[in-house]
Design a protein around this ligand. Structure first.
Ligand code: TYC
Length: 126
């Protein structure tokens, strides 16, 4: 599925982020109008869940193969995740930084399309 990077959510109400800006350097401009704002702590790259969705047509064996190939699961783990998705409708394949998660979604969707299966895979902020 094609997705644009979601814009960073406003974390100003999140107590974990309170005081995140370093007030010692919080001026946004110097006298020449040069931006001088700094951040005390670099932000961790935000994480995204890669979700697999159930459908009525994709063969179970194909889903297991996809989980092994793109998410490096062994047969037991891949079977467990596939059955979870089959029974519950959705399941987590893994949690990754945005660009890696997006690449995995594209790899799964391309592979499903090439094999004419309707399997769907998507991203969700962790
Ligand atoms: N529901 C599918 C079937 O019965 C199997 C399946 C599992 C499909 C997981 C998609 O993400 C999926 N053949």
């Amino acid at each position: 599925m094609h997705m644009h990077r979601p814009s960073e959510p406003d974390m100003s109400a999140d107590p974990r982020c309170a005081g995140d800006d370093d007030s010692r350097h919080s001026g946004s401009n110097d006298q020449l109008g040069i931006a001088t704002k700094t951040r005390a702590k670099p932000k961790k790259p935000s994480q995204f869940k890669v979700l697999m969705l159930n459908d009525d047509y994709t063969p179970m064996e194909f889903v297991v193969m996809v989980l092994k190939r793109f998410f490096h699961m062994d047969l037991e783990q891949a079977t467990r995740v596939m059955l979870h998705v089959h029974q519950r409708g959705v399941g987590v394949c893994g949690i990754f930084p945005y660009e890696i998660a997006e690449t995995k979604v594209n790899q799964v969707m391309d592979c499903a399309r090439q094999n004419q299966h309707p399997l769907q895979c998507t991203l969700e902020k962790a």
